[in-house]
Design a protein around this ligand. Structure first.
Ligand code: 7TS
Length: 407
């Protein structure tokens, strides 16, 4: 079993006070997670001892930096169960990974009238790139609707598959509802009609075991910063055959094998998709983050968050006037978006902040989902490995105070 109090000690920021005498209770990990010493130290060590540009120099530092960068790729590819490291492209984040697929795979393979299936619970990152592509190529976007409980309606999905979609792109875990979608089943159904699949793993890879071979997913996008790694780096996994067939996304150094004045020959995978000097220190930090999570055990992390979900759903819903959106604990991770009758989410967050509790208020980059629930905004508390059941109690005490202030 995972011991949150031991884990907390690895995260220096969790020891700070946000106001005099007020310790931090960080409940905003769905936005970004905090970073353990191992990650901070690895990046610091790199800059102090091995900093150089990669894939070019033949001096010692350049070779060390290149070795560390490519070792990081191997670690992260292994973390998600990719067949080979060349299926793992470093990007800036989940958003860039999805844009890469939409622009490169999409422009190459789609034509007017083609259907793309998304869901109503997507983050804007998995909506807008497809909307942009749809406008450009005259594509048709269809949506798997959400149910009032915050699940996907798979019977409607089954019907939508009769349209022979070319792409099914969906989030594995909702950043608002916490819903853990049945990804393997959704992918199997998509493949049965010949569609290509993309999983937005921004909220799943950090929290539950994700194995691309087991899922049989074609593309998986995720970000380091939500999985105890640094900002500025993310990844796109793609099946080798698909990536091989796709044109480069951005042009520049490193992504080429040969350049003439009027033409170029693209580099091999994965370099074909990594134009320009990449985020080298961040890649090293990313790998350290994956190693940290691996050493805790993704099954243990998922079990810990399930315990929090069961406890939090019970405790938070006991607060007067609170309504949590999303399914029951067996179908969700430890993300809780809620409203308090008569109180604006920003006021809730502000009062909680005075007690050192960091939550997020707003639409959480999922405006269509909030529209669906007829809510302009919610307050969201999101938990991670370093949070405990006591943090739930602290939140609930804070919410009771919010209630009192507004009475
Ligand atoms: N997809 C999902 C499901 C997300 O939750 C997020 C970020 C993204 C994509 C985009 O990730 P990025 O690293 O490219 O920015 N979600 C949130 C959030 O819920 N609050 O802040 C960022």
């Amino acid at each position: 079993k995972l011991d949150a109090s031991l884990i907390r000690a690895d995260f220096p920021i969790l020891g700070r006070q946000v106001y005099s005498g007020v310790p931090l209770v960080y409940l905003d990990s769905a936005a970004t997670s905090q970073k353990p010493n191992a990650v901070i130290d690895a990046m610091d060590r790199y800059y102090r001892t091995s900093n150089a540009n990669i894939h070019r120099g033949i001096h010692v530092l350049a070779e060390e930096a290149t070795g560390l960068y490519e070792a990081a790729r191997k670690t992260i590819a292994g973390f998600i169960g990719a067949r080979t490291p060349s299926e793992l492209i470093f990007t800036r984040n989940t958003t860039e990974s999805i844009n890469l697929v939409a622009a490169s795979w999409g422009r190459k393979n789609l034509k007017a009238g083609d259907v793309i299936i998304l869901t109503e619970m997507e983050h804007h990152s998995n909506l807008v790139p497809w909307q942009m592509l749809a406008a450009e190529l005259n594509l048709r976007l269809e949506y798997i609707p959400g149910t009032p409980e915050g699940l996907l309606d798979l019977s409607v999905y089954q019907q939508l598959l009769e349209l022979s979609p070319r792409m099914v792109a969906f989030t594995q875990v909702s950043n608002v509802l916490g819903t853990i979608n049945p990804a393997k089943e959704i992918i199997r159904m998509a493949h049965s009609v010949g569609a290509v699949t993309l999983v937005d793993g921004a909220q799943s890879v950090p929290h539950i075991p994700v194995n691309v071979m087991d899922l049989n997913v074609d593309f998986l996008a995720f970000s380091a910063h939500k999985m105890v790694g640094p900002t500025g780096i993310g990844a796109l996994y793609g099946k080798e055959k698909l990536l091989e067939s796709m044109p480069p996304y951005m042009g520049g150094g490193d992504m080429i094998k040969k350049v003439l004045l009027r033409s170029f020959v693209p580099n091999e995978l994965p370099h074909k998709f990594e134009a320009g000097t990449p985020a080298i220190a961040e890649a090293i930090g990313f790998a350290e983050a994956a190693t940290y999570l691996y050493s805790q055990g993704m099954e243990n992390i998922a079990a810990h968050e399930h315990d929090i979900a069961e406890y939090a759903l019970k405790k938070i819903s006991q607060v007067d006037g609170v309504r949590i959106i999303g399914p029951g604990a067996d179908q969700k991770g430890s993300v809780f978006s809620f409203t308090m009758a008569g109180i604006h989410p920003h006021d809730v967050s502000q009062i909680l902040d005075r007690r050192g509790i960091a939550v997020r208020a707003g639409h959480h980059c999922a405006m269509p989902l909030h529209e669906k629930f007829k809510l302009p905004a919610t307050t969201r508390a999101s938990f991670y490995i370093y949070n405990s059941l006591e943090d739930v109690d602290t939140l609930v005490e804070g919410l009771a105070e919010v209630r009192k202030i507004f009475e």
